[in-house]
Design a protein around this ligand. Structure first.
Ligand SMILES: *Cc1c(COP(=O)(O)O)cnc(C)c1O
Length: 269
C-alpha cells in the first residue's frame, strides 16, 4: 500500500454466519461460566436489532440453555422484525420494556431469573473482555505494530489493548466517549496504549451516510470482504482516512479487526 503501510485483516466475521465476530468471543466466556457453574439460563439486554441478543438466542438453542432477552421498546413485539421473530423461535423468552426501565436495566417482575446468569448489555464486563485473550493468542504479534477496531461498549478494544499491548485505535460509532473512558478505567485502568477516535461517528447528516454507503459498496467490490455500516464500515472508513492523513508512521503494519456483525438469514428470511 502507499506510504509503505501494510494493512492486515483478522477475519472474525468468518467465525460463524450467525454468531460472528466479537459477539462470539464475548459470549463464549459467559456460556463457559454458566456451564461450569451449572447455571441453567442466561439473560441479557439489547435493542430490537441487537447482534448480541441474536447470537445469544442462537447459542441457547444449539446448546440447550434457556435464554431471556430484555428488549428496549415496549411498543414492540416478536413480530416487529424478522430478527425478533427468529430469536423467539430459537426459544428465547422476550420481554419488551419502556426506554426508562431499559435505561435502568429493570428486569420485569414477571421474569423468573432464578439460577440465571445476567450478561450486561453488549456483553460488557471483565468476563466478556477475557474473550479477547483467545483472539490475541491466535495472532503473531511480532507482525504488527498497531491494531484498530470498532467500538460499541469498548469491551473488544480494551481487551485487545490489554492482551496485545501494542498501540490500539478504537473507532467510536456513537457519541459515547465518556462512557468508553469510564469502561477503560474500570476494566484496564493502567492502559496507555488506547487511542480513541471520534471522527467517524457519521449519522448526523444524510450526506455523510451517502459517503459511508458508497465506501462500503466499493470496499466490498474491491476486497471481497463484506462490511456493514454500523461498526466495520466506519472502522475501515476511518482506517483509510487516517492513513491518508498520515496518522500512522510510514512502514506501519496495521491489523484491522473485522468484528463481524453481518447477520445472515438461515433460510427463513
Ligand atoms: C457489537 C459489535 C461491536 C462493538 O463491540 P464492543 O466490544 O461492544 O465495543 C463491534 N463490531 C461489531 C460488528 C459488533 O457487532
Amino acid at each position: 500500500m502507499e506510504k509503505g503501510i501494510s494493512v492486515f485483516v483478522k477475519r472474525d466475521d468468518l467465525i460463524h454466519p450467525i454468531i460472528s465476530g466479537n459477539k462470539w468471543r464475548k459470549l463464549r466466556e459467559y456460556i463457559h461460566f454458566a456451564q461450569q457453574n451449572k447455571i441453567k439460563s442466561i439473560l441479557s439486554f439489547g435493542g430490537a436489532y441487537s447482534n448480541h441478543l441474536y447470537s445469544l438466542a442462537f447459542c441457547g438453542n444449539i446448546l440447550n440453555i434457556k435464554t431471556i432477552g430484555i428488549i428496549r421498546g415496549d411498543e414492540l413485539n416478536s413480530d416487529s422484525n424478522p430478527f425478533l421473530t427468529q430469536m423467539e423461535s430459537w426459544g428465547m423468552e422476550l420481554y419488551f420494556i419502556n426506554r426508562k426501565d431499559y435505561h435502568e436495566k429493570t428486569i420485569p417482575s414477571s421474569v423468573n431469573f432464578k439460577n440465571t446468569l445476567i450478561i450486561p448489555e453488549g456483553g460488557y464486563s471483565e468476563l466478556g473482555m477475557l474473550g479477547m485473550k483467545a483472539l490475541c493468542s491466535e495472532l503473531d504479534i511480532n507482525k504488527f505494530d498497531h491494531i484498530i477496531t470498532a467500538v460499541g461498549t469498548g469491551t473488544t478494544l480494551i481487551g485487545l489493548a490489554k492482551f496485545l499491548n501494542i498501540m490500539t485505535t478504537g473507532i467510536l460509532t456513537l457519541n459515547n466517549r465518556t462512557e468508553i473512558e469510564r469502561n477503560i478505567s474500570e476494566l484496564s485502568p493502567n492502559s496507555k496504549n488506547i487511542d480513541l477516535n471520534e471522527s467517524y461517528i457519521f449519522g448526523k447528516y444524510a450526506k455523510e451516510n451517502t459517503i459511508l454507503d458508497h465506501f462500503i459498496q466499493s470496499f466490498s467490490e474491491l476486497h471481497h470482504i463484506d462490511i456493514e455500516p454500523i461498526y466495520t464500515g466506519r472502522m475501515f472508513y476511518g482506517l483509510f482516512d487516517l492513513i491518508k492523513k498520515n496518522h500512522f508512521e510510514a512502514g506501519s503494519r496495521i491489523l484491522a479487526l473485522h468484528t463481524g456483525g453481518i447477520k445472515l438469514s438461515n433460510g427463513s428470511f
